[in-house]
Design a protein around this ligand. Structure first.
Ligand code: DX5
Ligand code: ZN
Length: 226
């Protein structure tokens, strides 16, 4: 079985919000997904954007949206993002008492379903739920803010998830989010991640598209050993 191509997903959290459409178009031909961080000032202390911005942005780009909901009560809000045309909708395990039911709702609304695991949450209790999901997002920082330092030992969760996916022959993306940059992406790829969110490393660069291509090259090299 050949592995699916790696995904690089720039996070618009690090973009200039006054020029959001332009910032998205700057990575349009280099990125695979656009990572959209929704924060509600309850699940995390920070507050970002919500459904109206996602709906408007949907008309500005062809890129698939990878919506990362850092919100309370995702059963109430998450399906709206699927209805708005998000490709993948990820909600936090810590915020949901029935993740499998919400995954079903998201899939029946036409989206891929993603489960996010924050810094302090162990992965083991969730491994058996993974057949209901398309994406597993493992935070490599504490969720809530961009620009934080990558925490290497959190890759142990990526390794555990990758072993589980391989032994169960699951079709699941393993995505890492937080502090992913040129000096960290190779270790994340070697641990078994195949989707990479990068905010600061993309939008902090002079040429965001070039930064995406560089990150992809590093991840590919670390995966294939080329
Ligand atoms: C933080 C968000 C991340 C953030 C990553 O909670 O989930 O997606 O944008 O930003 P960097 O890549 O700067 O760590
Ligand atoms: Zn995110």
């Amino acid at each position: 079985m050949t592995a699916p191509p790696l995904i690089v997903a720039p996070s618009i959290l690090a973009a200039d919000f006054a020029r959001l459409a332009d910032e998205v178009r700057a990575v349009e031909h280099a990125a695979d997904w656009l990572h959209v961080d929704v924060m509600d000032n309850h699940f995390v202390p920070n507050l970002t954007i919500g459904l109206p911005v996602v709906q408007s942005l949907r008309t500005a780009t062809e890129l698939p949206f990878d919506v990362h909901l850092m919100i309370e009560d995702p059963r109430r809000w998450a399906p709206g993002y699927a209805d708005a045309g998000a490709y993948n909708v990820t909600f936090h395990a810590e915020a949901c008492d029935d993740p499998v039911a919400l995954a079903k709702d998201l899939r029946s609304a036409g989206a891929k379903a993603g489960l996010a695991i924050d810094r302090d949450t162990p992965i083991e209790p969730y491994l058996d739920l993974l057949p209901s999901f398309d994406t597993l997002l493992i935070m490599t920082i504490k969720a809530g803010f961009g620009g934080q330092r990558f925490i290497p030992h959190l890759l142990d969760k990526v390794r555990a998830a990758r072993r589980h996916v391989a032994s169960g022959h699951l079709e699941l993306r393993i995505e890492v989010d937080g502090g992913i940059a040129a000096d960290t992406i190779e270790q994340a790829a070697a641990a078994g991640a195949d989707a990479f969110v990068a905010g600061t490393a993309v939008y902090g660069a002079d040429d965001p598209a070039e930064a995406v291509r560089r990150l992809r090259g590093l991840a590919e090299r670390a995966t294939t050993g080329a």
